[in-house]
Design a protein around this ligand. Structure first.
Ligand SMILES: [Fe+2]
Length: 374
């Protein structure tokens, strides 16, 4: 008997009407025993397609998941948010549990888990928009309708550099029902999504669709993030699209944040350059932005104005036809380019719908590169 060991790379299937131009699936690679040639192919596919799916990976160890993730940035070793999650007021605090024997890998999901990888009797809670958005879908509609919870890059944005990639492994996925995702921003836009999908958009597509004038603006502008951004934003509420915050002056005052080390505050390019293709992606974490530094030296520090500018750049790119909403099956491992995409948790689970995922990323050993000088 011969075993088919052919490695295949295929584009991800997009639903009818979709205009997505990213995403690929790789089959025929043993992730527990990666060769250098395997990794070269994965790396090349990832940087050209941004999201890479491997089916049937439920068996892989947290160690193998970490090693695949870490191979993109071997000098990086600490979890993407480092110890910043310890801050009790951080909005990220309740959503993650760390695997004791592989601390760069986090368990996320929904429901009660008796035992998993050394974690005992854990209660997982899928993030729900009611805890983060200013307006909410009424409880009576909650199982049928949902929203993007929070569009983001996986990044501490204070001290630590953004991870290059993130891996997500679906260990347990509740039987599939579908939900209608509403934008609730007056556009009437909706997206039919599988329960608990992870939504992705491409930062390259976001850049490519801008006008020439806007392209020049985003190439020349830098984004300053708030210190301790996830504590800072914890008093504020999100827009209904999950794409950044409402401006009601509810952010935690700087003087009330944990001690601020000025050299940890991040001012990053608005566009990040792809290490393989050289293309530019608009990469902005919309809920953590605080100031904009323009090419001519002007600093915009009016928060409402900063957010409007960023929203106008980003909002067209999350329109339904540009979103890839992954339909999770148990064993799916999704590797995504965290410096070339934005992603969002989606969905509202019932209390008894058990979902178990493993997530891994490591803070970058260096910062993303911006556009080359013109
Ligand atoms: Fe994330």
């Amino acid at each position: 008997m011969t075993v088919d060991t052919t490695i295949r790379v295929q584009p991800l299937e997009a639903p009818k009407g979709s205009e997505i131009d990213f995403g690929a699936a790789i089959s025929g690679i043993n992730l527990e025993k990666l060769t250098d040639a395997d990794f070269d192919l994965i790396r090349d596919t990832l940087f050209k397609n941004q999201v890479v799916l491997f089916k049937g990976q439920g068996h892989i160890s947290p160690k193998a998941q970490f090693e695949l993730t870490n191979r993109f940035d071997p000098e990086a070793t600490s979890y993407g948010h480092g110890k910043t999650l310890d801050a009790k007021r951080s909005i990220l605090h309740p959503d993650l549990k760390t695997i004791p024997h592989q601390p760069q890998v986090q368990v996320i999901g929904n429901g009660k888990i008796e035992e998993y990888e050394g974690l005992k009797n854990i209660q997982l809670r899928h993030p729900h928009h009611r805890t983060f958005h200013k307006t909410i879908i009424p409880d009576a509609d909650d199982l049928d309708f949902t929203r993007f919870y929070r569009w983001h890059i996986d990044a501490a944005l204070y001290g630590l550099a953004p991870p290059v990639v993130t891996t997500l492994l679906a260990v347990k996925v509740p039987a599939g029902r579908r939900q209608t995702l509403r934008y609730d921003d007056g556009t009437g836009e909706e997206l039919d999504v599988p329960l608990g999908t992870t939504a992705f958009v491409s930062g390259y597509a976001m850049y490519d669709r801008l006008s020439e004038e806007d392209k020049a603006y985003v190439r020349g502008t830098k984004v300053e993030y708030a210190p301790h951004p996830y504590v800072w934003m914890s008093g504020a509420k999100s827009r209904p699209t999950g794409l950044g915050m409402e401006s009601d002056n509810l952010e935690i005052a700087l003087k009330d944040l944990p001690e601020i080390e000025e050299d940890k505050i991040q001012i990053l390019p608005m566009c990040w350059r792809n290490p393989v293709t050289g293309k530019l992606a608009v990469q902005i974490h919309p809920s953590a932005v605080r100031k904009l530094h323009l090419a001519d030296g002007t600093v915009i520090d009016d928060l409402k104005e900063v957010r409007e500018i960023v929203y106008n750049i980003q909002r067209p790119a999350i329109a339904p036809q540009h979103v890839y909403a992954h339909d999770w099956e148990e064993g799916d491992l999704v590797l995504f380019h965290n410096r070339g995409t934005l992603h969002s948790v989606v969905g509202a689970f019932a209390e008894d719908e058990v979902r178990l995922f493993r997530q891994c990323n490591v803070a970058g050993s260096s910062f993303p590169e911006g556009p080359k000088d013109e």
